[in-house]
Design a protein around this ligand. Structure first.
Ligand SMILES: Cc1ncc(C[n+]2csc(CCOP(=O)(O)OP(=O)(O)O)c2C)c(N)n1
Length: 281
């Protein structure tokens, strides 16, 4: 009986999170249709992971984004900001009325993250710095005796930066149990496939001493399971290698050859919104 109840609760959680993913993707479409361009493929690809982080795993206070006991989310790839804005709107930290301003001059929803916008831990733009900052945050929190955790997103192209591996080495050296890295492996880099081969990604993280799991980053059941497993104290940081599909959920964007920075004159927004609504994964 208990097992049946547990399974039912889990199925309800997954359904609820899938709805959150859809909401995030709708917010992304609102931003993209306003601007007519942006890093839309990456945003749609990583929406499931952000939905799980913000609505299943992380603790934060929408009314007080600087709450000292919050878990930290570091978006290392500043150009993925569109996904973070969607999550922060859905979490009630930013108002939905600002979505159409994405990428406009003087707005808070910049095309690359800026830490003056509520809910943002790190200004992004220059790749290769998020993990180092996340290591520092995790170490600082532990030294302060805080139980807060640090989640950091990285991209596959970013793994070509040497600074990532210095930080990876220190994360395991300091046995940062409170640190979880999520590597968004969407298979693209700038305007084409990966420039330099980075495989086997999971083996590299294991070699650097991280507890590593590889998942389908668009499968909510797998995302929830790996986040739960990452709570386990093992005296080492956790890496989640997430394979995602750029443009996930909108066929005309999924099929784009150059999905890194999209001009969206070809996208029929009403059709895209309907597609998202009809999805029952
Ligand atoms: C240090 C640094 N070098 C180069 C760039 C320029 N740049 C911006 S996005 C990008 C592609 C990075 O690969 P990835 O994040 O995997 O690509 P995506 O999935 O967004 O296509 C590059 C090279 C940068 N922002 N920072």
């Amino acid at each position: 009986m208990e097992e049946t109840q547990r399974k039912e609760r889990r199925a309800a959680d997954i359904q609820r999170l899938r709805q959150r993913s859809k909401n995030l993707r709708q917010h992304i479409l609102t931003m993209a249709s306003g601007k007519g361009q942006g890093y839309i493929g990456q945003g749609l690809g990583i929406a499931d992971i952000l939905a799980a982080l913000y609505f299943y795993e992380m603790k934060y206070d929408p009314l007080n984004p600087r709450w000292e006991k919050r878990d930290r989310f570091v978006l290392s790839t500043g150009h993925y900001s569109i996904a973070l804005w969607a999550a922060l709107v859905e979490a009630g930290i930013l108002p939905a009325s600002e979505l159409p301003q994405y990428g406009a001059d003087q707005c808070r929803l910049e095309m690359s993250t800026i830490d003056t916008t509520p809910g943002v831990e790190m200004t992004g733009g220059s790749l290769g710095h998020g993990l180092g900052q996340a290591v520092g945050m995790a170490l600082g929190l532990r030294l302060a005796g805080e139980s807060s955790r640090v989640f950091v997103e990285l991209s596959d192209g970013e793994l070509q930066e040497g600074s990532v591996w210095e930080a990876a080495m220190s994360g395991s050296h300091f046995q940062l149990d409170n640190l979880v890295a999520i590597i968004d492996c969407n298979g693209i880099q700038a305007d084409g496939p990966m420039v330099m081969n980075i495989e086997p990604v999971a083996d590299k993280w294991r070699a650097f001493g991280w507890e590593t799991t590889e998942i389908d980053g668009n499968d909510m059941t797998q995302i929830v399971a790996v986040l739960e497993a990452a709570r386990q104290p093992l005296n080492r940081p956790k890496a989640i290698v997430a394979r995602t599909l750029p443009g996930k959920g909108v066929a005309s964007i999924e099929n784009c050859e150059k999905a890194h920075f999209l001009n969206t004159t070809h996208v029929d927004w009403n059709q895209a919104r309907r597609e998202l609504e009809l999805q029952n994964d």
